[in-house]
Write a new protein. Structure first.
Length: 298
């Protein structure tokens, strides 16, 4: 299998698509890093992730296209049949593609995340090292999972253009699902109603404090709440979403118990996402290998 991986890596490095994807990833990472710097003065008793997921998603989408197009060329050039003809098994061919794509994805990931981390240094250095490591790992595993999905879909469909659209559509569907439910999930412990405090300053220097009650539009309970929790648990895009919504309290004496509870929930999600995302990567790899072995290439 090592020879297969080496051959695929050479093909990746020879493809102009790799350098285009790398440039897109680096550009989005630089933009994301600059974006992070605008929030450095907001770090106080609570440090929240300053990154915008759009610039990370841009690099992920570039990686999806890269993997699907390069893997699809194996079919359009007839290389797959040649490999089988000389004695390589379908399992070895598929796993070699996954490994090669994963290695290339490491490069795409680093080009995007390093500028982002440099711009958000105040966040990375302000949270415990364990959580910072898990933050990097969760985003990395999101990159890798979408890469594996892209390779698996391409090997099952065996058509470059169709595979790119299908892989992108699958990832986008997960993203839309997470985007539609994360408001409910991240407010799941919020009360049904709350109170906002407003301060009015008059010309004579007097300050008047007023309170206004509001209704939490994200409040849910019962079965809908259970569905939201299940969706969060199974949707692979929440590995990235939880990283982007992670926050840490640097001074717990300055916040109330409710904020501390939110932090505990964020830490719990970050911890579980590492296991969940790694499990998804393994499951999709071997499920893809199994399905590809069942596929008739004639």
């Amino acid at each position: 299998m090592l020879d297969l991986v080496k051959a695929r890596l050479i093909k990746y490095f020879q493809s102009p698509l790799f350098y285009i994807a790398a440039a897109v990833s680096l550009a989005s990472g630089i933009y994301g890093g600059v974006y992070c710097t605008y929030f450095k003065d907001e770090a106080g008793a609570v440090i929240g992730c300053p990154a915008d997921d759009m610039w990370i998603l841009t690099a992920i989408w570039a990686d999806i296209v890269l993997v699907a197009m390069c893997a699809g060329r194996e079919f359009s050039d007839g290389t797959i049949r040649n490999k089988i003809a000389v004695g390589h098994t379908k399992t070895a061919i598929f796993l070699a593609e996954v490994i090669a794509a994963s290695i290339m994805t490491v490069i795409i990931y680093l080009l995007d995340i390093l500028p982002t981390a440099i711009g958000g240094w105040f966040f990375i250095s302000g949270i415990p090292a364990l959580y910072a490591a898990e933050w990097f790992i969760n985003i990395f595993l999101t990159f890798e999972l979408t890469s594996i999905f892209s390779a698996a879909i391409t090997f099952l469909l065996a058509k470059r253009a169709v595979s790119v659209v299908a892989a992108f559509a699958l990832h986008f569907a997960f993203y839309i699902m997470a985007g539609a439910t994360n408001g409910y999930y991240y407010n799941i412990d919020e009360p049904k109603t709350g109170t906002d405090t407003f301060y009015i300053m008059y010309d004579d220097g007097r300050i008047e404090e007023t309170e206004q009650e509001f209704e939490n539009s994200y409040y849910i309970e019962g079965f809908p709440k259970t569905l939201i929790q299940i969706e969060h648990a199974v949707n692979p895009m929440y590995g990235l979403d939880d990283a982007m919504n992670f926050g840490y309290i640097t001074n717990k004496t300055m916040v109330d118990d409710h904020v501390i509870k939110q932090e505990q929930n964020r830490i719990r999600d970050l911890n579980s996402d590492v296991i969940k995302m790694l499990a998804y990567c393994i499951i999709v790899s071997f499920a893809g290998a199994y399905l590809f072995c069942k596929r008739d290439l004639k």
